[in-house]
Each structure stands twice: as C-alpha cells, then as structure tokens.
Design a protein around this ligand. Structure first.
Ligand SMILES: Cc1cc2nc3c(=O)[nH]c(=O)nc-3n(C[C@H](O)[C@H](O)[C@H](O)COP(=O)(O)OP(=O)(O)OC[C@H]3O[C@@H](n4cnc5c(N)ncnc54)[C@H](O)[C@@H]3O)c2cc1C
Length: 354
C-alpha cells in the first residue's frame, strides 16, 4: 500500500514526528521511516533551556538553574528564575520514540538509505546537509566521564576559557549530567571545520589537569560539525525537517526544543487537516542571528568581550531567552541590551571600526 507519510531519516526530527503521530490511533495510510543507522541518537546528549510548564513535554533528565561564561579576565555567573538548563540523553529520546513507534500498527522503520524521492502523500527529508553548505560551523568534541565519587560540579560552564581563534572562537563546555557524570566539550564557532581530533585531545588534557588519575573513567565520546545557518540550501526530497529545515538555531546550534515543538505541531496538523505548514524561523530571529554570525566571522578577536558584555547586560533569564529564541519580545529585549557599538556597526558592515 502506498505510504501516507515517508520520513527520510530516523534521527531526532524524524523520530519526534513519528512519536507525535503515534499518539493518534488511526492514520489515512502507512507511515514509513527510512534510517540506515537507528542507533545514531545513542551518541548524543541534548541540552536546552526551558520554563516550568514546558518540563513535562521536553523531559529533561538533569536540570541546573546555574550557568556561567568566562574568559581571560572575566566571569559572568547566572542563576535563572524563569528558565532552567536541562539535558536529556539521546538514548532516552531514542528508546521512548522506538517504544511509541513500534507499538503503532501503521508505523514501520526500514533499515535503508534513501537516494531518490519516495512515493508517498507527504515526504519529510531529515538528511543533514554537509559542512560545506554551512554559513558558520559549530565543531565540537565531547568526552563523557564517570567518577567513583561525586564530582561536586553544580553549575553548567556554558563557555569557559572563551578565546578568539584565527577563524572564530573556541571555548570549553562543562556539563554535569548527574552527581558522578560530566560531559567535557571543546567547541569552536568557526568558518572552516575544526580538527575534531585536536578538540578531543584538548578534552583529555583538561581532564588530566583537573582530576586525579584513577578517579574517573571515560564512558562515551561524541564529535560533530553542526550548522550555524546555511549559505546554500540543498534541494530536498519533499518537506525539509530538523536541522536541514533551519530548526537548529543559527546563532547557537541548539535545536532540540524547536524540533520537539515543531514536529508535535506538524503531527497535529497532519491528522486534523492532512496538510502541512513548513517550518520557517521568525524573520527577526534570523536577522539577529545573521548579525551575530557575521560578527564572529569578521571580528573573532572582538567576540569574547562582546559575549561577556551581552551576558552581563542581559541577566540570566534574558540570556536564556536569547539562546532559545523564546519569543519575539525576548529577541527585542536582547537587541535592546546588546552592546551597541559592535552590533550597530555590524549592521552597516563596518567591522573594521569595532
Ligand atoms: C553530536 C550532536 C550534539 C548536539 N547537541 C545538541 C544539544 O545539546 N542541544 C540542542 O538543542 N541541539 C543539539 N544538537 C543539534 C540538533 O538538535 C541535532 O543535530 C539534531 O539531532 C538534529 O536533528 P535532525 O533530525 O535534523 O538530524 P539527525 O538527528 O542527525 O538525524 C538525521 C538522520 O538522517 C539519517 N540519514 C542521513 N542520510 C540518509 C539517507 N540518505 N536516507 C535515510 N536516512 C538518512 C541519518 O542516519 C540520521 O540518523 C546536536 C547535534 C549533534 C550532531
């Protein structure tokens, strides 16, 4: 029977759409997911900001209301009131989605790679684009370690040791996943893909400097280049979904929250109206993100000071809202509190005056 929906890619967006659809008992026809390696999500952790009413939908497993940004000569510490920072393991997302999908008689997962347009009423394309199409690249390598005793790290180190490089900025991201587990990630926002092995070695050096040998074990590694905006859109088979559709925030690379909410909305629309409104990121958000990306590309050496000033001026909740693109009002507030000179000059392309 001809599929009603064909989803190309069973990663975060494809499985989120399928999981949301599975809440409805009957579809007009079969739903097919094509995915060559269903275990991909096991290698990831997803972090995001959320407010209390969103908790049950976004399902964070570890939550912190404290985060910090630091670099040469500055440290900004935040404690969120409205927003908290949550993390869910990819393997939790995967097992919940598989349980829901496998229980639905009309959904099938096929272990296959799609290379041409499938025949279905609605086709969703979740294949990630390549780094050569990204406006700016977020390159990172993460090392997860487990300690024999509690590590005592309470606050999320969002950007530690923030510094400029010749192609962008680099920082250390330090994320407590539980009392005994830590994720250490060296990250670059860069115009050319960073060397992931080198970033991984930096994790190793940091771990050996900070923690006594024998106190921990390395349990998992993850590394990737993720898009911060696209300079070129590849043609899609059907409707683009996930990071290919711009659901990962250009200025930050965060995508979990938008992907979960957007696919939920799409599932409802498909069931109720059998049609779909493709995702479009709000224009003001795209415009502000583009300004930010151009600043990083053109004046990397100015960025540690710009980011320090942004974090200081905005305060915890406005900063979290900026990272999440929570609402247009939040974005306007960010523009209002952003350091005037660099942003105003970037607006007119006058990077050499910054
Ligand atoms: C390592 C990593 C960590 C991240 N961490 C965070 C985070 O902490 N917070 C956050 O908000 N965002 C994070 N992101 C960004 C974003 O949320 C993720 O990239 C998210 O997985 C995007 O979902 P997606 O469905 O677009 O892509 P994916 O989840 O990558 O899924 C795409 C799927 O398509 C499949 N595929 C590819 N080609 C084909 C083909 N020809 N046929 C069929 N299937 C195909 C792939 O195998 C893959 O499983 C992270 C991204 C990465 C890579």
């Amino acid at each position: 029977m001809r599929p009603w929906i064909h989803i190309i890619g069973g990663g975060l967006s494809g499985l989120s759409l399928a999981e949301s659809l599975s809440k409805y008992p009957k579809f007009p026809g079969p739903v097919v997911i094509s995915e060559p390696k269903i275990t991909n999500l096991n290698e990831r952790t997803f972090s995001f900001w959320f407010t209390k009413p969103e908790e049950s939908f976004l399902r964070p497993q570890h939550v912190s209301d404290r985060w910090s940004i630091s670099g040469d000569g500055f440290q900004v510490k935040h404690r969120g009131q409205r927003f908290s920072y949550g993390t869910i393991m990819g393997k939790t997302v995967l097992s919940a989605a598989l349980k829901a999908v496998e229980a639905h008689p009309q959904i099938t997962i096929r272990e296959e790679r799609v290379s041409s347009m499938p025949d279905a009423d609605h086709v969703f394309d979740c294949r990630p684009q390549g780094p050569d199409t990204f406006s700016l690249i977020q390159s990172f390598a993460g090392t997860e370690i487990v300690f024999h005793l509690p590590h005592g790290v309470e606050s999320v180190g969002l950007m530690r040791s923030l510094e400029a490089t010749s192609t962008g900025i680099r920082f250390l991201y330090l994320l407590p996943l539980s009392q005994r587990r830590l994720l250490i990630e060296h990250t670059e926002f860069t115009s050319v893909p960073a060397d992931l092995d080198k970033l991984s070695e930096m994790n190793q050096v940091f771990i050996e400097q900070e923690f006594p040998l024998g106190a921990y074990e390395v349990t998992r590694v993850e590394a990737a280049h993720i898009p911060m905006g696209f300079k070129k859109r590849e043609s899609a088979f059907g409707i683009p979904l996930g990071s290919r559709a711009g659901m990962a925030r250009n200025a930050t690379g965060y995508g979990y929250r938008t992907i979960r909410y957007t696919t939920h909305r799409m599932a409802q629309e498909l069931i109720e109206k059998n049609e779909i409104t493709p995702y479009r990121s709000p224009r003001l958000v795209s415009w502000a993100d583009n300004l930010f990306i151009e600043l990083i590309k053109n004046r990397p050496e100015a960025m540690p000071a710009v980011l320090a000033q942004l974090a200081r001026n905005m305060g915890p909740d406005n900063f979290a809202a900026f990272m999440t693109s929570y609402s247009l009002t939040d974005i306007l507030r960010v523009l209002w509190t952003a350091p005037m000179k660099p942003f105003a000059l970037a607006l007119f392309g006058l990077y050499r005056w910054i």
